[in-house]
Design a protein around this ligand. Structure first.
Ligand code: SF4
Ligand code: SF4
Length: 413
C-alpha cells in the first residue's frame, strides 16, 4: 500500500458527517478518519491485525462518500479495500471463496445454471408458500435475508435472449458495446432491455458480446485482486475485438469497475483505452437529451432519485440522471434528502453486516418517505434489490425502478 495516501489525512474531520457508519455510531473507529489512522498504525507497526482491528475495518461499506468530501483526496474506503486485498493475498482464498469467486462468478453459464432452481422455486409457487407461512424464520439468517431480497425473476437471463447485435432504429449514428452486468441480466433484465431499446431508438447499433464475463466487482469485494485482474484482462480483449465507438453499461457497480481496468492492469494501454471508452447509460442519454426529449410523453408522477455510491462517488455522475428524469413532461421531481448516502446494500454487506445495513437502510427509507414520491429511481442492481424490498414494505409503498425503465415508460405512454 502507498504510505503517502495514508499520511495525506490531516485529520480535519470533514468526512465524518458523510460517513454512514459514523452517522449511526458516532465512534471514531467507525469513521473514515479513524479507519485511515488504524491502517496507518498497522503499517507503522504500532498495531497488529487482531480480530478487533478486522471488525473495525470490515464495518466500512466502501461507499466512498468520504472520498467525495475529503479536501485532501483521501479515499478511506479504497484504502481499507486495498489493505484487505493485501491481507487476503498473504492468506489466500478460503475453499468457499475460491468456489464462488473463481469457479462460479467468472462463468456466466454456471451462474445462470445456479439461478435456475430459484426460477423453479418461484414458478411452482413454493416461494409464496414459504413466505406466507413465515417459514423464512426457519432458514439460517443469511439465507433468509437473501431469499427476502429476491424479486420476481424474469423467465430467462437477458444474456440468453438478447441478440448479439441490435440494429439502430433509423439512421445509424454509431456503435455502442453493451456491458451487461450479471445481476442486471439475471434479475433486472427488463431494465437492461429498456437500455438497449433506448440506445437503438436514438440511432445506435448495440453490440452485446455474449462471451462477456462478470466485471470483477465481486472479486474486489472479496478482496481477490488476481481474480479481478483476470476479469479485467478478459473483458478488455473481448470488447477490443469489436469495432465500437464506446462501451455503455446501466449497472453502476460494473461501470465503476470497468472505468478502473486501466488502473487494475497497471496502466496497460489497451485497458486504459477500454476504461476511457466506458460510459454510464445516463452519460450517453444526457448527451442525447434533445433527441430523447422529442420522444418522451407526459407522466404525471412524483419521482425522486437515489444516487448509487458507485455512480455518484465512484464515477462523479450526479446531474445527468436528474436532468433526464426532469426531461419527462409532467414529472414532479422531488429531491431526496441525503440522496447520495449509501442505502446499506454495498455488495454483500447487507448479508454480512445486517445490523449496520438495516440502520443505514432505515435512514434512507425515512428520507424517501419525506419526499412523498410515488417512484424512486436508481441505477444499480444492489440498490434496486435493497430498496425494492424495503419500500414495498413501507407505508405508503414506493415503487423502485431503474432510470431506463422510467424513460421507456414515458416513451410508451
Ligand atoms: S480523510 Fe480527508 S476529510 Fe477525513 S479527516 Fe482525513 S483529511 Fe479530513
Ligand atoms: S467508504 Fe463509506 S463507510 Fe467507509 S469510511 Fe468512507 S464514508 Fe465511511
Amino acid at each position: 500500500m502507498d504510505y503517502v495516501k495514508l499520511i495525506n489525512c490531516m485529520r480535519c474531520g470533514m468526512c465524518l458527517p458523510h460517513c454512514p457508519t459514523y452517522k449511526e455510531t458516532f465512534l471514531e473507529t467507525a469513521s473514515p478518519r479513524g479507519r485511515v489512522a488504524l491502517v496507518r498504525k498497522l503499517q507503522e507497526g504500532e498495531l497488529v491485525e487482531s480480530e478487533k482491528f478486522l471488525e473495525y475495518v470490515s464495518l466500512c461499506l466502501d461507499c466512498q462518500a468520504c472520498a467525495s468530501a475529503c479536501p485532501c483526496g483521501v479515499n478511506a474506503g479504497e484504502l481499507v479495500a486495498e489493505f484487505r486485498c493485501e491481507s487476503k493475498k498473504e492468506k489466500g482464498l478460503s475453499m468457499m471463496e475460491d468456489l464462488v469467486l473463481r469457479k462460479l462468478v467468472p462463468h456466466p453459464d454456471r451462474l445462470e445454471a445456479a439461478t435456475a432452481p430459484l426460477r423453479l422455486y418461484q414458478k411452482t409457487g413454493l416461494q409464496q408458500v414459504v413466505r406466507s407461512l413465515g417459514l423464512l424464520k426457519l432458514f439460517p439468517e443469511a439465507l433468509g435475508r437473501m431469499e427476502g431480497l429476491l424479486p420476481k425473476l424474469p423467465d430467462a437471463p437477458l444474456r440468453q435472449t438478447i441478440s448479439e447485435v441490435t440494429p439502430a432504429a433509423g439512421k445509424e449514428k454509431g456503435t455502442a458495446g453493451f456491458f451487461l452486468g450479471c445481476v442486471m441480466s439475471l434479475i433486472f433484465s427488463e431494465a437492461s432491455l429498456a437500455t438497449v431499446q433506448l440506445l437503438s431508438t436514438l440511432g445506435y447499433r448495440v453490440v452485446t458480446p455474449k462471451a462477456q464475463k462478470c466485471c470483477g466487482a465481486p472479486n474486489m469485494l472479496g478482496h481477490d485482486l488476481d481474480g479481478l485482474k483476470e476479469a479485467a484482462s478478459f473483458n478488455t480483449d473481448l470488447f477490443d475485438s469489436f469495432d465500437l465507438d464506446f462501451v455503455v453499461t446501466d449497472c453502476g457497480g460494473c461501470g465503476a469497475e470497468l472505468k478502473k481496468y486501466g488502473q487494475h492492469l497497471d496502466g496497460e494501454r489497451k485497458a486504459e483505452e477500454f476504461s476511457a471508452s466506458v460510459r454510464d447509460i445516463s452519460e450517453v442519454l444526457f448527451a442525447e437529451s434533445e433527441a430523447l426529449a422529442a420522444k418522451l410523453k407526459p407522466l404525471p408522477l412524483k419521482v425522486t432519485y437515489h444516487d448509487p455510491c458507485h455512480i455518484a462517488h465512484c464515477q462523479g455522475i450526479r446531474s445527468q440522471p436528474r436532468a433526464l428524469i426532469k426531461l419527462i413532461p409532467g414529472i414532479d421531481f422531488r429531491e431526496l434528502p441525503e440522496a447520495d448516502a449509501c442505502c446499506g446494500s454495498a455488495g454483500t454487506y447487507n448479508i454480512e453486516k445486517p445490523e449496520m445495513a438495516d440502520l443505514v437502510l432505515s435512514r434512507k427509507v425515512q428520507n424517501v418517505q419525506k419526499t412523498g414520491a410515488e417512484y424512486l429511481v436508481t441505477s444499480n442492481p444492489g440498490c434496486l434489490l435493497q430498496l425494492k424490498k424495503a419500500l414495498s414494505e413501507a407505508e405508503p409503498q414506493v415503487r423502485v425502478i431503474h432510470l431506463t425503465e422510467l424513460l421507456q415508460m414515458s416513451m410508451n405512454a
